[in-house]
Design a protein around this ligand. Structure first.
Ligand code: DC
Length: 229
């Protein structure tokens, strides 16, 4: 039987982390956890409860209500991936909106939010056999992960991917707004005080601006096969 290893995938937004993670999970029968979905669900909760808006952020109210937030991933057999549930409501579509993307980096700066989510993530991974993607997986959540990958791509390429995803699902967005959001999140995510997005020293970097998913996946499988056999 294959060893149940831990794989950490970090990197900027829309670098194809989740596509690669899903392929790995399927091939090796590992659990896949999209930690960005957890930060997005907390953001949706903060927006719905008016704790954050374009000109205000009531951090104290959000922090004192954190215990009321229940996050669950429930596997959807038809879609072949686990969808995010916020307090037992499927929020998979809402959390991918540009509105949530515009506020999520602010929410992810809050230490109490990070503490709650990191603990939940560590619990999900305590038995191994997991591939988790995010910003701090190889540095904070699983510093001893068996494999650490760090994905990058140019902001323009990433914004183009995100724009296509949102247009395909019917959202009315402009490319300019998406590019601005991608660049702004890069800036906040990499400069925040708590767990900034940095490449772990022992991570392997993949720049996929010009590399297709198939080629990357092939290279990553070679790394995994070495570890599990
Ligand atoms: O992966 P994503 O684009 O869905 O993530 C949304 C935001 O959540 C991202 O801009 C920063 C934050 N995030 C984080 O701070 N730490 C993680 N482990 C995952 C996401």
């Amino acid at each position: 039987m294959n060893k149940k290893i831990t794989i950490a995938i970090d990197g900027f937004s829309s670098t194809g982390k989740s596509t690669i993670a899903k392929l790995i999970a399927k091939k090796y029968n590992f659990i896949y956890v999209d930690t960005g979905a957890m930060y997005r669900a907390v953001t949706l909760y903060a927006l719905e409860n008016n704790f954050i808006g374009s000109d205000f952020f009531n951090v104290d109210s959000l922090v004192s209500n954190l215990k009321k937030i229940s996050l669950k991933f429930i596997f959807n057999d038809q879609l072949s991936f686990a969808e995010m549930y916020l307090n037992d409501v499927n929020v998979e579509k809402e959390i991918r909106s540009l509105k949530v993307s515009q506020f999520v980096s602010k929410i992810a700066e809050i230490t109490a939010v990070r503490k709650k989510l990191v603990l939940e993530q560590q619990k999900m991974g305590e038995n191994g056999g997991i591939v988790m993607d995010g910003r701090d997986i190889g540095t904070v959540v699983f510093p001893n992960a068996d494999i650490k990958l760090f994905m990058t791509a140019s902001a323009d390429k990433r914004a183009t991917r995100r724009y296509k995803e949102l247009i395909d699902r019917g959202d009315n967005v402009s490319f300019k707004d998406i590019l601005f959001n991608v660049q702004e999140r890069d800036r906040i995510d990499s400069t925040r005080k708590d767990s900034p997005l940095v490449m772990a020293e022992d991570a392997i970097e993949f720049d996929n601006s010009d590399m297709g998913i198939d080629e990357q996946f092939e290279r990553i499988c070679i790394l995994i096969d070495k570890k599990i056999s």
